[in-house]
Write a protein that binds this ligand. Sequence first.
Ligand SMILES: *[C@@H]1O[C@H](CO)[C@@H](O)[C@H](O)[C@H]1NC(C)=O
Ligand SMILES: *[C@@H]1O[C@H](CO)[C@@H](O)[C@H](O)[C@H]1NC(C)=O
Ligand SMILES: *[C@@H]1O[C@H](CO)[C@@H](O)[C@H](O)[C@H]1NC(C)=O
Ligand SMILES: *[C@@H]1O[C@H](CO)[C@@H](O)[C@H](O)[C@H]1NC(C)=O
Ligand SMILES: *[C@@H]1O[C@H](CO)[C@@H](O)[C@H](O)[C@H]1NC(C)=O
Ligand SMILES: *[C@@H]1O[C@H](CO)[C@@H](O)[C@H](O)[C@H]1NC(C)=O
Length: 429
Amino acid sequence: MSQKKIFLVLIAISTVSFLLHHGGHLNLTLETFWMGCPSTTVSVNQGSSGHSGKHTSVAFLKTHKTASSTVQNILFRFAERNNLTVALPITSCDHQFCYPRPFSVHFVHPHTSPPDIITSHLRFSRTELRHLMPNNTIYITILREPGAMFESLFSYYNQYCLSFKRVPNGSLETFLDEPWNYYRPDEKDSMYARNTLTFDLGGDKDRPFTELYVKRFAAEMEKVFSLVMIAEYFDESLVLLRRLLAWDLDDVLYVSLNMRTADSKSSLSSDNTEKIRDWNAIDSALYDHFNASLWRQLRALGLACVEREVQLLRQSRDRLVRSCFGGSLPPLRSAAQITNKELRPWQPSAKVTIVGYDLPVNISKKGPIPPRDECLKMIMPEVQYTKLLLRSESVRYRKRLPIRSRQQTARSVGQPRVHKESSSQSLVP
Ligand SMILES: *[C@@H]1O[C@H](CO)[C@@H](O)[C@H](O)[C@H]1NC(C)=O
Ligand SMILES: *[C@@H]1O[C@H](CO)[C@@H](O)[C@H](O)[C@H]1NC(C)=O
Ligand SMILES: *[C@@H]1O[C@H](CO)[C@@H](O)[C@H](O)[C@H]1NC(C)=O
Ligand SMILES: *[C@@H]1O[C@H](CO)[C@@H](O)[C@H](O)[C@H]1NC(C)=O
Ligand SMILES: *[C@@H]1O[C@H](CO)[C@@H](O)[C@H](O)[C@H]1NC(C)=O
Ligand SMILES: *[C@@H]1O[C@H](CO)[C@@H](O)[C@H](O)[C@H]1NC(C)=O
């Protein structure tokens, strides 16, 4: 009998200890079970760190005009909540890593190195990123349907990119009829005018299209990127992202950022979409390839499960928006109308209006109520958020390091990384 008792006591102890140690993970499992999803294949040890089992080393290749600002904002907020270091550009690089030059570790501000996360615009270089990032880093990126994307680029960079500026009357149709009349491959900013995704990914935007090049390029990408998100299926992509990183639903809530007003957009005829696809043939083939692979992954997870999680995500976001802004999102405003300078989005030209949010100031009897930090950050445009992060990371850097070792760190920027000082870092075996 006493043996049986001991056995029961042992069971009780191990159950309690299991619950204590795996509470977070168990919760995830229960949650997914409840949603009817297959148990996640994310293992707690592989490539994750910290007690929560959330993965914290992420490199997001931020592509142009693809809803990537929204992903960046999600990553910025996650980093802040978890005291992670985000690699940020040196001031002379502006808020991008000296794009369109290929990325170099020398573009990284020494106060933001060694980083956990990198997410600002850069032209992809695998070797340089490998030198900078922890070796258990998960790489992700995002692509957008080429027709919509090119229309967006054409409008956004209309006054910026000469290939677009020299088109009479700023007409997209005119450009598409004879692109070579306006496009100069070697000119400044020409990467906005042809195969922009390929260029951002480090490829050759002007290479004559061949199936072979695309096949090889896609295979290379698959080796590097664990997830290629698709802007048209943004929430579905987030479901995959959340699982890949073993993050909570609350970690991927967002509101859309860096959009144009409706009257800055024009709808495309199918004829023009075809012309855009021809002109951006490499991008188009990559898009088709990775859209297909996204849907394969979603189907593998179960479309019903994905759909339920998407609904859950939207409900949580609505709750957050209600608690932040009361009722619905603050109305979209053009930059000029936004009174809070911290919230004014950057405007590429007078011809296109990028909208942002202005916080409604809630005046109570005791005076204005300041918005919660969490709410403010969710609608903060990239340029301001980048500055703010650099300030806070610099403060932390100065607190952390005595002057001598600070100089050493500054000198060692550009060297391959040796180790992570953060104890929460567990490297892949
Ligand atoms: C489990 O998840 C729910 C909702 O996602 C959350 O409210 C709760 O606090 C979590 N419990 C634990 C133990 O993490
Ligand atoms: C982040 O750092 C602050 C201040 O050092 C600390 O109070 C907080 O608990 C930390 N948060 C996490 C998630 O580590
Ligand atoms: C540009 O606009 C002008 C006047 O608005 C018009 O006369 C001309 O035909 C247009 N050119 C093209 C190429 O559409
Ligand atoms: C993406 O792939 C899905 C599944 O194959 C397809 O139904 C959908 O039309 C594709 N989307 C685009 C924008 O090409
Ligand atoms: C503003 O005040 C109203 C009424 O007191 C409240 O319902 C709403 O949630 C508040 N909004 C914000 C953004 O605090
Ligand atoms: C990761 O980097 C560390 C330190 O450079 C090294 O010791 C370890 O073997 C690396 N792990 C892998 C999987 O490459």
